[in-house]
Design a protein around this ligand. Structure first.
Ligand code: ATP
Length: 422
């Protein structure tokens, strides 16, 4: 299986070389596991290394990190540590462990174990393979390679989805990502877990984490379609129905995101997954959406953006859809909104004027500011106070509507405004 080793992305070589040296010196058994091995076999590039140590994984992580300038975060309760070198390289280390589920859908009790125990606790055969660092040998107790060949997703035991219902979503996600099929018996177990309402029993924060991962997939629409078919979305909110037209929205979102990226409009970072979530929750009213955000424990800023979309007034939409609209009005509607909301509007409404106004906003008006400053107003003998904001707003409107262009014109406008007032 040294052939497999040769498929490891070059940028990881230096790290793996060092890990192998530590392994040799310390006489430990160390393995690549999980998604990294799966993707290696599939020939899919994956830089997220997952390492299992038969012994003290945290110590191994620290010995390794000592050679590089990265940061290790330890999770002593789980015997795991994460090494982060930069935004591209993250390595998860763990001590081989055994897991027992005291109650369905609850977190497991963990204790030290062998590599076999560690692989046995995993979700699917395709994710339960390991490669030994010292011998380069592939360890495949559960026939994962064969399942990959047969394009099957298979659980390791019948109660897998009951123990951990996030695996229901994981199975669907991997199925759609790699074009696999959930194997017959596994699908039966999955449906039994759905009948027992296991997704509803999951802690909402765990549900959130897996939901976000799905929405960050390359093709979340496929995963969502399959969830709709197998489970529906009542596990997110009892009133949540996702009609067929929402699935066309998902498709358009991907197109709009690509359009947005190509246009280089982005001035601040954007969470594309939030747009998919807005679409997913589109049929719910504001109150229900608020409840979903609370239940999932979304961050303040995330909730704010999702609710802002639900709160856009009919008047704003009708104004944006009108054939001629003053730039100052375009600005007044769109500037306070996040890019996620703006893109969602472009996805949701087919009106050409609305789309044109959004494009104009992104190309021209977004972030527009006046040249004059508080010092300029002060210099003109104006007393600092709320009147400053009013003046700035008036000048900005004039600038947006092309009534003033230069700083001199702005100053002249302010003079005339002040004159009128006195
Ligand atoms: P991705 O490519 O989406 O990151 P991954 O398989 O690497 O997929 P992770 O969530 O990073 O997924 O998990 C790493 C490994 O940990 C998995 O390959 C699997 O072996 C195991 N694992 C993760 N989640 C579970 C779970 N809920 N139940 C059992 N094993 C799990």
């Amino acid at each position: 299986m040294t052939k497999l080793f040769k498929k490891i992305p070059e940028e990881l070589n230096i790290y793996i070389l060092n890990m192998r040296q530590i392994t040799r010196r310390s006489n430990l058994s160390v393995y690549f596991v999980g998604g990294f091995v799966r993707d290696l076999i599939l020939g899919v590039k994956n830089l997220d290394l997952d390492i299992v140590v038969e012994g003290d994984g945290i110590k191994f992580a620290n010995d390794f990190a000592g050679l590089f300038m990265g940061k290790v975060t330890e999770h002593k309760n789980f015997g795991t540590a994460t090494f982060v070198l930069n935004e591209f390289l993250k390595i998860d280390f763990s001590s081989a462990r055994r897991e027992i589920y005291p109650k369905p859908a609850q977190l497991p009790i963990v204790s030290p174990g062998s590599l076999r125990d560690d692989l046995l606790r995993r979700d699917f055969t395709i994710n339960a393979m390991a490669i030994s660092l010292s011998t380069s040998r592939l360890i495949d107790y559960f026939d994962g390679v064969n399942d990959l060949r047969l394009k099957k997703i298979r659980v390791l035991h019948p109660l897998s989805f009951i123990d951990d219902p996030t695996r229901i979503l994981r199975a669907i996600r991997f199925e759609q990502r790699y074009g696999l099929k959930i194997e017959h018996k596994t699908l039966m177990f999955l449906k039994e877990a759905l009948d027992l309402k296991m997704l509803e029993k999951l802690h909402p924060h765990r549900l959130r984490d897996d939901l976000i991962i799905i929405l960050k997939e390359n093709n979340p629409d496929r995963v969502l379609k399959r969830i709709q078919k197998l489970a529906g979305f009542k596990f997110i909110h009892p009133a949540l129905k996702v009609p067929a037209k929402t699935f066309s929205l998902f498709k358009s979102i991907k197109k709009e995101i690509n359009w947005f990226k190509a246009g280089c409009f982005e001035r601040r970072s954007m969470d594309y997954w939030i747009i998919y979530l807005m679409a997913l929750l589109d049929s719910l009213d504001l109150n229900c959406v608020k409840k979903v955000c609370e239940k999932l424990g979304l961050r303040k800023g995330e909730t704010k953006r999702i609710l802002a979309y639900k709160q856009i007034s009919k008047k704003s939409i009708s104004d944006l859809s009108s054939s001629s609209l003053k730039p100052s009005r375009i600005f007044a509607i769109l500037e306070p909104l996040s890019y996620e909301v703006i893109l969602m509007l472009k996805v949701k409404y087919s009106n050409r004027n609305l789309k044109r106004h959004i494009l104009e906003f992104l190309e021209i008006y977004n972030g527009m500011r006046v040249f004059v400053s508080g010092d300029d107003l002060h210099g003109m003998g104006l007393k600092p106070g709320p009147s400053y904001q009013k003046i700035f707003a008036q000048v900005l409107n004039a600038k947006l509507n092309s009534k003033v262009r230069t700083k001199e014109e702005e100053l002249a406008l302010i003079k005339s405004l002040v004159k009128k007032r006195s």
